[in-house]
Design a protein around this ligand. Structure first.
Ligand SMILES: [Ca+2]
Length: 500
């Protein structure tokens, strides 16, 4: 009841402001294309949306499409484009030859001061070519692969509750999780890990990170060589570690053969103690019954480090999640830029990201926000147009803080914490090379097949087998792919680093 009254009051307020605006200029028409989400565009019943339109004096036509790439391509082919398009990652750079992407330098100088201030210079560079800025880059949150551990088991097994564990500490914990019946049912049916989280690459991202890199990434060594992590001594050490876990029974024997559904269900049933996953991994488990099926279970966020505590990190999610561009067919680019810039002001950001204060959300004493609207995000249809990394997120619903939600929130929140360690590929942002198109799939399949052999012990890891693996990797095209990217990198950076 209280919410309904608040909504009516809020609407009354907006309507009275709108009445004043009507006396002024006619609204400017703007159309926007963006990816569809769960939200509903309803400015009549949504005071936050109504206020955004009123302040900017625009009449908005919002196209929320299921397949944004396909929709943009179709629009480009027909020549009938929306005024503003939010396209995924850096795909805007592929549209430049179409002639439909408007350079934004002058508009940004005149009307985009808040956008320029919010988004770092280094991120603008990704959408700049020959001095022309072609889009407003949406700055990604870098850390999207949190690591989860069954803290109820950790404590039950007699270990200290911490936020950071070394690989040696973790090894013993994972072995005990598989061998000391932490769920207390008298059966030997639990594991330190299975494939939940993303198989041999992603489930173990934090472990690789503690061994100084991430599979498939490339780095510049301290002594000036460009190398692939997949052939490094660090990767060899990580695989040796995983083989030790395997041999001790800490890893589910179905790790390499279970389907994603099977792995998910086993984890949801409470049989798995540890994983790194995409940020919503614990939420997915709860949606599959984890919290209900295991009333005493609790996952905490942890960080995994090398034994000296100095090396850790997960996969960098990349700096640009979407690029918002204005099309050359837009009749009023000034209004489009003013509108996008308004979303980067304090007032505009609050309205489009959180909604209407007192109706959709409220501020906590520490300045964070809490959603108070039971329909969650269906009042936020303008998200995904502008974004910068330090922007906050909504805390879970206060009125519905179930045990599952209390557990889920810290995992979702990691992506809002700046400065968590991530590994970035040396070649991030470089276009795909011909060699990669030609050889990368076969090389990747080869690496996976060898990882299975090394981790399960089918092939022991020693100097001889590792040297043979590196030779085969190079022969299958791994070195050609590495050298093709290194050539681009060196040209761009005016350097001459050789590959190793
Ligand atoms: Ca058991």
């Amino acid at each position: 009841m209280k919410k309904v009254i608040a909504l009516i009051l809020a609407l009354a307020m907006v309507l009275s402001i709108s009445a004043v605006a009507l006396a002024d200029e006619k609204p400017v028409k703007l159309s926007i294309m963006k990816s569809a989400d769960d939200s509903v565009y309803d400015p009549v019943n949504n005071p936050a949306l109504a206020k955004i339109l009123e302040v900017n004096n625009i009449e908005l036509e919002l196209h929320m499409v299921d397949d944004i790439t396909q929709s943009v391509n179709l629009a480009m082919a027909s020549g009938e484009l929306c005024d503003i398009i939010a396209s995924p990652k850096l795909t805007v750079m592929e549209y430049m030859s179409s002639g439909y992407v408007l350079p934004l330098n002058d508009l940004l100088d005149q009307y985009g001061q808040d956008l320029k201030a919010r988004i770092p210079e280094a991120v603008w560079e990704f959408v700049t070519l020959g001095g022309d800025i072609y889009a407003i880059p949406q700055e990604n949150k870098n850390y999207k692969w949190p690591t989860a551990i069954r803290m109820d088991w950790v404590e039950k097994l007699g270990y200290e509750k911490k936020t950071e564990y070394t690989v040696s500490e973790l090894k013993q914990i994972l072995i005990d999780m598989a061998t000391k019946d932490p769920d207390g049912n008298g059966e030997n049916d639990t594991y330190g890990m299975n494939a939940y989280g993303g198989g041999w690459k992603n489930t173990n991202i934090a472990i690789y990170g503690a061994f100084n890199g991430i599979p498939d990434q490339n780095y510049l060594s301290e002594d000036g060589y460009i190398y692939s992590y997949n052939t490094s001594d660090d990767f060899r050490a990580a695989l040796t570690y995983l083989n030790e876990l395997w041999t001790a029974g800490a890893i589910d024997p179905e790790f390499f053969v279970a389907s994603e559904d099977q792995a998910t269900q086993k984890a949801a049933n409470g049989k798995i103690g540890y994983f790194t996953s995409w940020w919503n991994g614990v939420k997915v488990l709860c949606e599959n019954g984890f919290a209900d099926l295991n009333p005493d279970a609790w996952y905490d966020v942890i960080y995994v480090t090398s034994d000296d505590g100095k090396t850790q990190g997960v996969l960098d999610n990349g700096r640009v999640s979407n690029s918002t561009f204005i099309t050359t067919t837009c009749k009023n680019p000034e209004a489009a830029m003013k509108f996008l810039n308004y979303l980067a002001t304090d007032e505009g950001y609050e309205l489009f990201q959180y909604g209407w204060e007192g109706l959709h959300f409220e501020y906590n004493e520490d300045g964070t926000t809490t959603s108070i609207y039971q329909l969650n995000k269906d009042y936020l249809p303008l998200t995904g147009l502008v974004k910068w990394q330090s922007a906050g997120g909504l805390a879970p619903l206060k009125e519905d803080a179930s045990r599952a939600q209390q557990m889920i929130w810290p995992f979702e929140n990691t992506q809002h914490i700046l400065g968590l360690p991530v590994y970035q590929d040396l070649f991030y942002g470089l276009p795909t090379t011909q060699e990669a198109l030609e050889y990368a799939t076969e090389v990747s399949n080869y690496v996976t097949s060898k990882v299975v052999e090394f981790v399960t012990g089918a092939t022991p890891i020693n100097d001889e087998t590792w040297a043979a693996y590196k030779t085969d990797w190079a022969a299958k095209g791994g070195m050609k792919v590495l050298e093709s990217y290194a050539k681009q990198y060196n040209e761009l950076n005016k350097s001459e680093y050789p590959c190793k």
